[in-house]
Design a protein around this ligand. Sequence first.
Ligand code: NAD
Ligand code: MG
Length: 330
Amino acid sequence: MSSASPVVTTAELEKSKIAILGYGSQGRSHALNLRDSGLDVIVGLRAGGATAATAKADGFTVIEPAEAVKQADLVAVLTPDMVQPDLYVNAIEKNLKPNAALLFAHGFNVHFKTIAPRKDIDVILVAPKGPGHLVRTEYEIGRGVPCLYAVYQDVTGKAKEKAMAYAAGLGGARALLIETDFKEETETDLFGEQAVLCGGASELVQKGFETLVEAGYRPEIAYYEVLHELKLIVDLLYQGGITKMLTFISETAQYGDYVSGPRIVDAATKERMKAVLKDIQDGTFAKNWTAEYKAGLPNYKKFKQADLDHPIEKIGAQLREKMVWLNQQK
Ligand code: NAD
Ligand code: MG
């Protein structure tokens, strides 16, 4: 990567009306960043829904999703993935202007065919590689979160330009834009959150905590060793990869890493990672998640409660109360 990439701007969307459907983690950040980038943004939400008041307080015109879609040249679908298929059928499909763009932040429904987009519209993806609040806070300090973008359907010949302009409006072009396709974004995103980021990391923390506490060590010390300090390590990984982490930890920590890391995460773990990936690729995970959602989330609620009730949460809450600098950034 010797030369800088050409500057990507919001120009392609300067004359467009953008409807943001959903005002949660991603929706609010997208709406605020796009507006601050000079674009024309309206918000489509159910009257009396959970976030309509927030959007109004932020100064947006809030209208029913179907009405917002009728007015828009680009519709960003930022409701939870599991409500998108019904929202598409009820509010989007009949109301979208021909040649308009339908944009997603995750390819789930299009890739797994739980939404079949109309043939006379552009279908695009812009997926920030970070949680919604970071999309906003990075933008506010003049930076951005790297974004993946993709084109599923291009009827105007401008689909890719629209996606890149939207990503630029989010601030993503200040960081990095990477082109992908819906399949790659969907499958890698699901794998990352399941195997490493959310599932893998939280399970590793809980099991490490249990191991220390069951061996008789104080829970507050176990908390610092396996949870709190993880952030300090992840910050090094984020800035400079494993190379930077290795230069900042002691020789003793390095030797322990080399001999014990592979005892915890070994070839059998990798085989199970491959099985997780296969379930994602062949649609098993999507099928199970959709069925779970439709059944009213019985297992989801049970698993979530078990996480919330884990002893590390209790000691963690007590310790974080005493760390005032953490309480300041809620
Ligand atoms: P969220 O749960 O934070 O927000 C959901 C919003 O949709 C809220 O405003 C809610 O009131 C509204 N909503 C809920 N049900 C609705 C319905 N039936 N009709 C209309 N509006 C409804 O969602 P999120 O986490 O921001 O996810 C939005 C999209 O962004 C998803 O496709 C997700 O995969 C993707 N994404 C999320 C993140 C993240 O950090 N959370 C990161 C990348 C991509
Ligand atoms: Mg877990």
